[in-house]
Ligand binder design. Sequence first.
Ligand SMILES: [Zn+2]
Length: 247
Amino acid sequence: MASQIDLLSALQEIDQRLQSKGLALQELRQQTTALFSEIQAKEREADTRQQRLLQLETNRRAAELQLRTEEEKIKEKRVRLNRIRNERELQALRREIDAMKETNSKLEEDALQLLEEIEKEKTALSQTQEQVEELKGKIDAEAARVDAQIATIQEELCMEQGGREDLASQIDPGQRTRYEQLFAKRGGWAIVEIRASTCQGCHMHIPPHMGNQILSNAQQNTGVIFHCPHCGRILVWKIEQSPPPQD
Ligand SMILES: [Zn+2]
């Protein structure tokens, strides 16, 4: 018959698998969350570009309106030019018209510049919109892949849970509670080996007499459980598992 410590060790193996599968589930769920926030960020970017485009178009309409108004004014002044006979007045009006033409050519430049900016913004906007569509297409495939992985892990978790219940029912309730508290408190390592008189959980020295007791306990299968005097973990002489992490 398996000793309590063997059962606890087996329970720990199951619990460690449950824990890592639980973490894997969390990570999988975060993967789709990350993709969703990437889409949201791109959508916000598209909105900003759309707003900017609207503003640029408003500015362009205003610039063109101003340009037409100024052109009308020049036309009126040109008509007046034909009626003036006084040379000084004529020259003053000509200078005025020249200055207005200069201002207008600047306005034309501004309007052209706005048109260029509008074209650029339109290109950038359609690129961003394409990226949004691309990401949305990706998320369907990604969500399906992640859902399938989640389903597999949940099925495995279910089976492990069943195995765990069978095993746990064979363990003394007091020991089981103590083990579960240690497992939660000590990073998933409630049971550790003692090696070279050292607890492999906290790496502290174990008094030689205690080491000897643990060894003879293992040899004679007495079922006595020893706890590390430093970290409280259950000490076993030798169990086959990967080395525990440092505290
Ligand atoms: Zn320890």
